[in-house]
Design a protein around this ligand. Structure first.
Ligand SMILES: [Zn+2]
Ligand SMILES: [Zn+2]
Length: 340
């Protein structure tokens, strides 16, 4: 595997790493507290990636919904990176993706392509900023993006928004400006793209009113990884993930969702309990059903992620037990910066 923590790491430390690398800060705040505050490098991720043989998946954000981190919710919005043969493939760009990516120690120079499952903010809100900060940190201009329409227009619109600021950096540092990103829109099931490392395919999932919403499968040379995206339990996802090594599936724990919504309504949340639960049922997957899909797919490992509600108080066993009723393989409860 190519060393991905090399040359671009110098740029990263030079431009944005000053605060985290400050000996004053490091001495004043214990490592665990730095980690909790989202500062500093995630040494455990870096160590695992450095020793890795073959393709690795890092869960960057495992929480569902467009909610910022807060006391009781430390999970970031959805994002992932797969590292194979020195090339990084990013899937979804919820708020936090750029910092979380940096904390893995993977160089921005390794970013090969970005995939978006669907246009909900917890999956795409930091897509543009990731591209711009990534570019300053050494991401190749050849980066490609894939996702549902109108991703091409959205990308061009964002780069128009950022044109002035990109121009200042390009002039100041005499680097080529990020003017465009090659986008391939995906609006039907089938093959998405292929390169030396991976073959990518997609299916349409059920996530009204979002159309289309996608699930993806990445067939690397040594490993197949599938992602449900946001969906109700769907045979099409089981079919897509058939025989894969890993299925990352969204999951909701209904009793906790009910309690969560009731508490919010008591605080003045302007939606009725029935209307909210009807939406959740029409759009998402109860964790028990996720086990059924994984069993049907016959995957080796099921990763529960995009957890609803993303409350830290819900323990791993609470997530795992309902899925284990139907799925006999390995079940991993996703946490941010976990390497799979
Ligand atoms: Zn979502
Ligand atoms: Zn969604």
């Amino acid at each position: 595997m190519r060393d991905t923590s090399g040359s671009a790491g110098v740029t990263r430390r030079g431009l944005v790493g000053g605060l985290a690398a400050s000996p004053v800060l490091a001495a004043a705040i214990p490592v665990a507290a730095q980690e909790l505050a989202g500062l500093g490098p995630a040494e455990h991720v870096r160590a695992q990636l450095k020793d890795a043989k073959g393709t690795k998946l890092v869960l960057l954000g495992t929480g569902a919904g467009p909610a910022p981190t807060s006391l009781g919710r430390m999970r970031r919005m959805t994002s992932h990176v797969m590292l194979s043969n020195g090339a990084a493939y990013v899937l979804d760009c919820g708020l936090g993706v750029t910092n979380q990516f940096a904390r893995t120690g993977i160089a921005f120079g390794a970013v090969h392509s970005v995939f978006i499952t669907h246009h909900h903010p917890d999956h795409n809100i930091e897509y543009g900023p990731f591209l711009v900060i990534g570019w300053i940190q050494g991401m190749p201009l050849s980066v490609r993006a894939f996702g549902p329409p109108p991703l091409g227009e959205m990308t061009a619109d964002f780069l128009r928004f950022a044109k002035t600021t990109i121009g200042f950096w390009a002039e100041d540092f005499r680097i080529k400006p990020l003017e465009a990103v090659a986008v391939a829109e995906v609006s039907a099931a089938g093959p998405v793209t292929e390169d030396d490392n991976v073959k990518v395919s997609a299916v349409i999932v059920n996530h009204p009113p979002v159309k289309p919403a996608l699930a993806y499968r990445f067939d690397f040379r040594d490993r197949a990884i599938a992602f449900s995206g946001d969906t109700t339990p769907l045979d099409a996802v089981a079919h897509l993930a058939k025989g894969a090594d890993v299925l990352v599936h969204e999951a909701m724990y209904v009793p906790a969702v009910e309690a969560f919504v009731q508490a919010r309504i008591a605080q003045g949340f302007p939606v009725s309990f029935d209307a909210f639960m009807a939406h959740m049922k029409a759009d998402h997957s109860p964790v028990e059903e996720v086990g059924r899909i994984a069993e049907e797919a016959g995957v080796k490992t099921l990763v529960l992620s995009h957890l609803t509600p993303a409350e830290d108080s819900i323990g791993d066993d609470t997530w795992r037990a309902p899925a284990a009723k139907h799925f006999k393989g390995e079940i991993v409860v996703g946490h941010d910066l976990m390497v799979v």
